[in-house]
Design a protein around this ligand. Structure first.
Ligand code: MG
Length: 166
């Protein structure tokens, strides 16, 4: 059974994952305004992934027979000055989410809540990928000239969302 403290943090995480989806949609909107449709696709797919993360937490909570709660979301940042700023903030945000997952894991381990520990392992691995992907794109965006950026935009247009089997 989930403790009140752990349940509160898990419900907070549903909120953060939904917030992440909105944050990435706001970034997609900025990219659309710049005519970078591949980047739009990248962030739209990223937002879908975040909603999938939110649903994973939601389903875990109700699956544990606990009470899920949908909390109020802050408005994400909508104004950006450059693609470099977008990816710097995206990477910072993923680092923040990693910190959140670690906090949850610390708490679950403190409480010896093994079902939650097992559930969170997927997210620990996922965050390594999320940070690597944002960091890689930040690096590219910083390095590439207009022509390279055009090619990267075409490449990102190919990204699709496939929910993992497990
Ligand atoms: Mg996430």
């Amino acid at each position: 059974m989930l403790s009140e403290k752990l349940l509160k943090e898990l419900n907070e995480q549903v909120k953060y994952e939904l917030y992440s989806a909105n944050y990435y949609l706001a970034m997609a909107a900025y990219c659309a305004a710049q005519g970078l449709n591949g980047f739009v696709n990248f962030f739209v797919v990223q937002a879908e992934e975040e909603r999938f993360h939110a649903m994973k937490f939601f389903n875990f909570i109700i699956g544990m027979g606990a009470r899920a709660r949908i909390l109020q979301l802050d408005e994400p940042k909508n104004e950006y000055n450059s693609l470099e700023e977008v990816f710097t903030l995206a990477l910072n945000h993923e680092k923040f989410v990693t910190g959140r997952i670690y906090t949850l894991m610390d708490l679950a381990q403190e409480e010896k809540e093994h079902a939650t520990i097992s559930f969170l392992k997927w997210f620990i691995d996922e965050q390594v990928e999320e940070e690597a992907s944002m960091s890689d794109l930040l690096h590219k965006v910083k390095m590439l000239g207009p022509q390279g950026l055009y090619l990267l935009d075409s490449e990102l247009a190919q990204r699709t969302f496939t929910p993992p089997a497990k």
